[in-house]
Design a protein. Structure first.
Length: 372
């Protein structure tokens, strides 16, 4: 009995901890535009010979939010205590991305802080632009599909019941299609609270499952199997991987130090798990082209460019060229996806709204026949 009670208590504590973790509000990362502006302005200060401590004091005085003001002041205090700039940045990962911290750390050794800051700004700007294009391409289809569903539900719930009252008042039998839609409308009206509660609970459970490592991995694996979105994710992964690694190598960051940051920037969990296995080969002193080919994530042309870059000593240039090529491919696939979704949405909206409209027209003709 005592063991059973202890087990129940432990399960309750585990569930409570999971719920607290799920609903915990953490400060979001700052917008990429703020990081880009900061890097460029700090590079300008360094270019004219202004000390970094003076620059950070100016940033703190002109910070647009209290959060940024506290962050800049903390960086300034860390510098005054003799810490390195990269270590001060590392204390605030939600403000300064890890790639910026590692690139600044390499600049502290090579002495080219201005160049590295400008390069980090360009990288973050290009990365944010790619994500914005994908988000913008998905916004229009989601809005159209949502409006179509809302309009159809509104017509079934609010408009068609008026026909039922009219038919009943005139003593005319309901046509089959209208009877079916009214039955659906009545069912949702009678059980609306339970349906809404069930949908809300299902969404919460799905959101919790999607935030677990296993759930996110399954969702990412499902996305890769989709006809259009899978190719889009693969192109985006290749562009992001080669861009990040190429920029960090060009900034002087050793590949053994840069690679964990590159892996963390891969958003798809399936691809991240595959490319993470390359790290053990790098730690053993092996090259990167053969382990990348074994992952199966990258196309043969990408692996060939990496191999040539290793052999010629221009790996960073080859990676950046590969990133430019896949950025163009990503742009092409986004346009292709948009051109495919637009007619598909037109057909979808036409079928949904047309079905309800046909039901209403049929009801009107049936009502006219009942008068005869």
């Amino acid at each position: 009995m005592q063991n059973a009670a202890t087990t129940t208590t432990d399960q309750g504590k585990t569930l409570g901890q999971s719920l607290r973790t799920f609903f915990t509000l953490t400060p979001p990362k700052v917008k990429p535009q703020i990081v880009v502006l900061f890097c460029r302005q700090l590079a300008s200060f360094v270019h004219v010979g202004i000390p970094v401590t003076t620059a950070m004091q100016a940033f703190a005085e002109q910070a647009p939010t209290e959060r940024l003001r506290e962050t800049y002041n903390d960086v300034l205090q860390s510098l005054e205590r003799g810490q390195r700039l990269s270590d001060a940045f590392a204390r605030h990962p939600l403000v300064f991305p890890e790639i910026v911290t590692d690139m600044v750390r390499s600049a502290e050794v090579t002495g080219n802080l201005e160049q590295v800051l400008r390069q980090a700004a360009r990288h973050i700007e290009r990365d944010a632009s790619a994500r914005q294009r994908i988000r913008a391409a998905m916004t229009y289809p989601v809005i159209i599909a949502t409006l179509a569903v809302v309009i159809s539900i509104g017509m079934v719930v609010f408009v068609l019941p008026q026909f039922r009252d009219l038919y009943n008042s005139l003593g005319v039998s309901l046509p089959g299609l209208l009877r079916f839609l009214l039955g659906v409308s009545a069912y949702f009206s009678d059980h609306g609270l339970f349906i809404a509660s069930g949908v809300l609970l299902a969404l919460l459970l799905l959101g919790y499952w999607a935030r677990t490592p296993r759930g996110r991995y399954r969702l990412d694996s499902l996305v890769l199997r989709l006809p259009i979105f899978g190719a889009l994710v693969r192109a985006s992964t290749t562009e992001r991987f080669t861009r990040t690694l190429g920029d960090m190598l060009a900034a002087g960051v050793p590949i053994s130090q840069a690679y964990p940051v590159v892996v963390a920037n891969v958003r798809n969990r399936v691809h991240r798990s595959a490319v993470a296995r390359v790290g053990s080969s790098l730690a053993a002193g092996a090259g990167i082209s053969t382990p990348l080919a074994d992952t199966g994530v990258f196309a043969p042309a990408v692996v060939q460019m990496v191999r040539v870059g290793e052999e010629t000593g221009h790996l960073d240039e080859n990676l950046q060229e590969c990133a430019e090529m896949h950025e163009q491919e990503l742009e092409y696939r986004i346009k292709r996806m948009t051109s495919f979704l637009e007619p598909a949405l037109i057909v979808f909206v036409g079928l949904m709204v047309g079905f309800v409209a046909v039901s209403m027209v049929t009801s009107i003709y049936s009502l006219a026949g009942g008068f005869k």
